[in-house]
Ligand binder design. Sequence first.
Ligand code: HEC
Ligand code: HEC
Length: 284
Amino acid sequence: MDVAPIWSTVLSFVFLGVGAVCLFLILKAQGRPQVEDYQRLARYHRWGGWLFSALFFLMFVFMLARIEDQWEESSARIAIHVALATALLVLIILKVSIPRYFPKLRQHLFLLGVSIYVAAFTMVGITAGYYLIWKYQEVPYLSHAELSPEMLETAMGKQLFIEKCSTCHLLENIMHPRSEESWEKIMNRMIELAAPRITRAEGGQILHYLALTHTPRSGREGSLLQMYCFPCHAQESEILVENYSRSDWREAVRRMREYGPDIIPEEKVGEIVDFLVQETAEGD
Ligand code: HEC
Ligand code: HEC
């Protein structure tokens, strides 16, 4: 049982709205020097109070279901939200039982009501409010051009790379040099894929580290391999795959071009493929 965040957000705001009306009604009924229709205001307040409590219990049940699905240590924000919800449960039960069973404590009801509203307001504010801000603020696309230099540190990027990326990959499989643009695309994809385990800030550090240390070396004059492959690869044995057919090579060179379009010019692809086919056929 999961509710889309937008619906629990709407529900939370209805809940706060009902609470605000109740608070206003009781302020009006008890706070003014003269009130003619006290009974009517108090009655509306009571009905509103029941609606408020019902909405609270409904959301409390949804929340329990969500906690059940939670497989990670929650953030401080969520922990405070849960603590406030638990406190609210007790406060609301007290508030509805006093008029019924302990009428001598009636004079405390107003402060109890205000406490409930403050707790509810804070509880909703730090989650639903946060959600709305996050949703309507453009989530920035991570780009190496926009990282602010004082925030970045290569050592931290390396540490985070080792820590965060190794949960799914063997690191040596993902360390081949690529262009900055290619890393940028990958980091954005990995952050999405690994959500919420890699934050955008951490992703920024990792991108900085990779773009600085795992990009192509400048090409050297020399053989085709030296000019077009060794900027990213270290040895022939790594790239001269024996059993590749011509179409395999064409596909591979096209992919390599995506990782470093500046290094492998479009018009050279045919020549490179011919060379690779010839190189790898020689052994037969
Ligand atoms: C939750 C698991 C997970 C985490 C964590 C993760 N990856 Fe990946 N990665 C994948 C999967 C699945 C794919 C293949 C699907 C794809 O490419 O979108 C992939 C693909 C890749 C590729 C190959 C893409 C290509 O087009 O050649 C690279 C490089 C990569 N990841 C780097 C990283 C880096 C760097 C990190 C750390 C910031 C990282 N990954 C963290 C799951 C993960
Ligand atoms: C801009 C960097 C870059 C350049 C230039 C480059 N490569 Fe790669 N290469 C990569 C990356 C990144 C991988 C790992 C991801 C993958 O396998 O797609 C890789 C993987 C490979 C692989 C193993 C994957 C497979 O298809 O089985 C082969 C073979 C290869 N490259 C051959 C070449 C050859 C030949 C050249 C020269 C024509 C070349 N590469 C130039 C970045 C580059």
